[in-house]
Design a binder for this molecule. Structure first.
Ligand code: HT7
Ligand code: ZN
Length: 875
């Protein structure tokens, strides 16, 4: 496989202004007839051939302006069709035969439970027809679809329906036109037997838009939440970003077999069923929130991605980072801003920091790749969004919005770069973001080391801030990045007024207890004057930058922050640090008593009036994954030690606070019928944390959890109870509930994903035999990404002690599945591999993990996807 470099980018030699596609869909194969209206770009010499991407296509016909192309004038390979001797402009016609029913990669045109559907991002369109399959070739499309009317009553593509008619032999036809020029990755086609849920939305400019969600008949009652989310997103994007919808119809189609969450094809979004269908019995609270944010995310792409798209795939974060930022702001506005920030910070610190420290580390704008599908990562998406958030922090909300308006206005209909985005922000604000742009090109998580000193006599407090970014593959030397460090100074009675040395006058702004320091040098000093007492620094408020912070807090200081700081992120983070330090102590000394400061902190959290969902996050133990990440950052992780320490702390907290958990649980029980409102979700989250501790405390708690399982009117409560009983109860009790769950929901694919996941993550007993048995169970489907993610991904990512079994059986299991998937679905295969690639993080087991990777690397015909991950991990 070949490495592609950003530095080799060249503008396309030919443009395609208009594309006509005619699909003839049949059971055994399909025919795709294409007419590309091409033009040679200015300045390109006449002997430059037209190079089209094409894979797994059988060529049936090839003509230019109605004349068959002679074999001397074209060259066909596995990946390309090259044609020379072309006029300056003309129409290229091709016909291809393809086999959607045997396309298991779920890229291009494929069938999912009989439904024809497409996935073209990033490079799937080339499996449909020959085309310059790159995002900077933008074309309008007319699409004709012919199919059997009985099997496929719905025939859909992008844009507006222009015409439909009956054809001979029970077939029918639909013709769609999309007037907005778009790159090929946004093309979509759907044909099948689906039912519609319809609603409408009137845009701020008065356009009436039909909103249509298409699903299988059995799922018609699960669309209301997605439809409401869509309408809220449309209104929010008008109000917050001034973006209005631009067509008369917007479709969402739910598909069972889908490699990712959803896809923003112009006016024809295609969704994984798990990201659109919602019902209390089959969807958790988290699931409801995820659906709202993914519906919003895909809708927001209509501007940030579709109207203004990426010049090349290195610029992926231009659309993804910006759109994740937009969806995060939407979720914050719809629910709790603090909660959203805490949860995003948790994802960044647990998963993205690990990616940044691993063998696949790459900048937000990668400089090279072998397979672009491997770069739909937390770095490009979540860190990319954090980078956009920092721009907003540096510019202020008003200028940021003006920058966004300018960006959309300046580049509407264009394929552009991250530099263009930054330039718009610079132009409106007059700020120079040259140094800031390092965030796009430098991989790795910057580390801030912060030390302080106190001059009692003068009331001067000094913070010395040093930054350093660890070396990564191909980037040994790193320069400082521009870090907005939001902070405050906490005194005995609350936050202190902040005055920096050299400030001429008192800043009597409304909020003079909060500052954003700019850390942009290897080391710098900030002096705070006129302070009445030595403060505790409240650092990185609101998780103002995606960095690690090292400050030697005492436990008393952490308790002060937990109890009294103004910022929920800082309070949550301080509580995490207290728990981490208790866990580290337990790892060293399993007999260590519960830290009294931690006890006081728990009491403080429970007795405060806080958002209950944030309170729940503060009372939950840090995850094993986060603890492993921290340990490997400091040296090597001992997953078994982490597991034991965590179990032990859970037991202590459960017993010491038993009465508190009982009264929290009773006081918070939701008695109204289930609704995914912020209020109910918060109460459930806190009640369920309490229930989990109660089940840990004693048999009475386990019995309570069992009753809670049977009384549940929603999946959130049922799963919390099920997990608690599996972990704390007898094997029989666990089996009883698993069997009950299966009997209740075996007809519901989405609930079955959870059933597989809880068993995969259950570390009691022999998980590997259980997972292997489940791989043969009728509820599992080795071709369905959701099932693979639940069972195999759940095991490898969420059951550390069994995945890292000393005999290496966990690694072998994952290796076998990846090997089978390599040919069947390379995108899923390479994503599944991630836990094996972190072999350097573990003291024990690292060699066996490496050996499994080595075995994979020696397999014949590795897909580029798996090849890239395996080889970079072994390097
Ligand atoms: N833009 C979409 C990305 C996506 C995708 C990428 C590779 C392979 C399959 C895929 N399905 C969807 C989704 C998004 O970020 O909105
Ligand atoms: Zn996206």
């Amino acid at each position: 496989p070949k490495t592609i470099f950003l530095s080799d980018y060249q503008a396309p030699a030919f443009t395609v202004s208009h594309t006509e596609l005619h699909f003839e869909l049949f059971d055994k194969h399909s025919l795709v007839h294409a007419r590309l209206h091409f033009r040679r770009a200015d300045g390109v010499s006449e002997d430059t051939p037209l190079q089209l991407n094409g894979q797994e296509l059988e060529l049936l016909a090839l003509a230019v302006d109605g004349q068959k192309v002679a074999s001397a004038h074209y060259e066909l390979s596995d990946d390309f069709l090259r044609i020379d001797g072309l006029p300056q402009s003309g129409v290229l016609e091709t016909s291809a035969r393809i086999y959607p029913q045997s396309n298991t990669s779920l890229e291009g045109l494929y069938r999912s439970r009989g439904l024809f559907c497409t996935q073209c991002e990033a490079e799937g369109f080339r499996k449909i027809t020959w085309f310059p399959d790159r995002p900077d070739v933008m074309s309008t499309y007319s699409v004709t679809i012919d199919a059997d009317a009985g099997q496929c009553p719905e025939l859909l593509s992008n844009g507006n329906l222009m015409h439909s008619e009956e054809l001979a032999e029970g077939r029918h036809r639909a013709v769609w036109e999309d007037p907005h020029p778009k790159p090929s990755y946004l093309f979509a086609l759907v044909a099948g037997d689906l039912q519609r849920v319809e609603d409408s939305f009137t845009t701020v400019g008065g356009r009436d838009v039909r909103l249509i969600i298409l699903v299988e008949e059995k799922d018609l009652d699960k669309c209301a939440h997605a439809m409401d989310s869509l309408k809220r997103s449309m209104r929010w994007d008008e109000e917050r970003f001034g973006r209005e919808y631009d067509l008369d119809v917007f479709h969402i189609v739910a598909v069972d077999d889908f490699n990712m969450g959803a896809m923003e094809n112009k006016s024809l979004n295609i969704f994984n069923t798990s990201c659109v269908l919602a019902a209390p019995d089959t969807t958790t609270d988290l699931g409801y929130q995820r659906i709202e944010s993914i519906v919003a995310h895909e809708y927001f792409h209509n501007w940030s991605g579709n109207r203004v798209t990426c010049r090349d795939w290195f610029q992926l974060s231009l659309k993804e980072g910006f759109t994740v930022f937009r969806d995060a702001e939407f979720s914050a506005d719809m629910g709790s801003r603090s909660l959203k920030r805490v949860e995003d910070a948790m994802t960044m610190r647990t998963l993205q920091f690990a990616e940044d420290a691993g063998p696949m580390a790459h900048p937000v704008r990668p400089a090279s790749f072998i397979e672009i599908s491997n770069f739909y990562t937390l770095t490009v998406y979540e860190k990319g969004a954090e980078v956009v958030r920092m721009i907003q922090t540096l510019l202020g909300e008003e200028d940021f919005r003006r920058g966004s308006d300018l960006y959309f206005e300046r580049h509407d209909g264009q394929a552009v770069t991250c530099d263009d985005f930054i330039a718009a922000m610079e132009d409106v604000s007059g700020k120079d973001l040259t140094d800031f742009k390092r965030w796009y090109s430098q991989a790795g998580t910057p580390e801030l080391s912060i030390r302080d000193s106190w001059d009692e006599e003068q009331g001067i407090y000094t913070l010395t801030v040093s930054q350093q970014t660890p070396a990564s593959l191909g980037q040994s030397e790193k320069s400082p990045v521009v870090i907005p460090l939001a902070m405050g100074l906490l005194g005995e009675a609350g936050n202190l007024r902040i005055k920096l040395d050299g400030e001429m006058t008192d800043i009597e702004s409304e909020d003079n207890t909060h500052r954003i320091l700019i850390a942009d040098k290897p080391t710098q000093t900030f002096r705070f004057t006129e302070l009445p007492e030595r403060p505790t620094p409240a650092l990185l408020r609101g998780f103002s930058a995606p960095v690690r912070v090292d400050y030697p807090y005492s436990r008393e200081q952490l308790l002060a922050l937990v109890s009294r700081d103004d910022d929920d992120f800082v309070r949550w983070d301080a509580m995490q640090q207290l728990m981490v330090s208790a866990l580290q102590e337990l790892q060293e000394n399993p007999e260590a008593a519960l830290d009294p400061i931690l006890e006081t902190a728990v009491n403080a959290i429970c007795s405060q009036i806080l958002d209950p969902a944030v309170q729940a996050d503060m009372l939950r133990l840090p995850s094993e994954t986060y603890l492993s990440e921290l340990a490997s950052h400091a040296g090597k992780a001992d997953v078994h030690g982490i597991f034991r320490a965590r179990e032990s702390l859970r037991k202590s907290l459960a017993k010491v606070f038993r009465e508190r958990w009982a009264s929290l649980f009773e006081g918070l029980r939701v008695t109204e019928p289930y609704a995914p409102t912020g209020e109910q979700i918060g109460s459930r989250a806190l009640a369920n944390v309490a229930l989990d501790y109660l089940a840990t405390a004693d048999d009475q708690g386990v019995a309570l959890a069992r009753d809670y399982y049977f009384a549940a009117d929603n999946l959130t409560n049922r799963l919390v109870a099920l997990r608690a009983v599996l972990r704390e109860g007898s094997a029989e009790r666990g089996e009883e509930l698993l069997e009950d769950f299966y009997q209740r929901f075996c007809g519901e694919a989405l609930a079955m994903n959870h059933w597989l996941l809880v068993q995969a993550e259950n570390s009691v007993g022999d998980s590997i035999s259980r997972v292997r048995a489940l791989m043969q169970h009728p509820a599992y489907d080795s071709r369905n990404p959701n099932k693979i993610r639940s069972l195999i991904g759940g095991f490898a990512n969420g059951n550390a002690v069994q995945f890292h079994r000393e005999d290496g059986a966990g690694y072998q299991l994952l290796g076998e599945v990846v090997e089978a998937l390599n040919a069947q679905n390379p995108q899923i295969a390479s994503r599944l591999l991630a836990p094996l690639t972190r072999w350097k993080n573990y003291a024990a087991g690292g060699d066996l993990m490496r050996a499994e990777l080595q075995r994979l690397s020696e397999l014949p015909s590795l897909s580029p996807d798996v090849y890239e991950v395996v080889n970079k991990s072994l390097a």
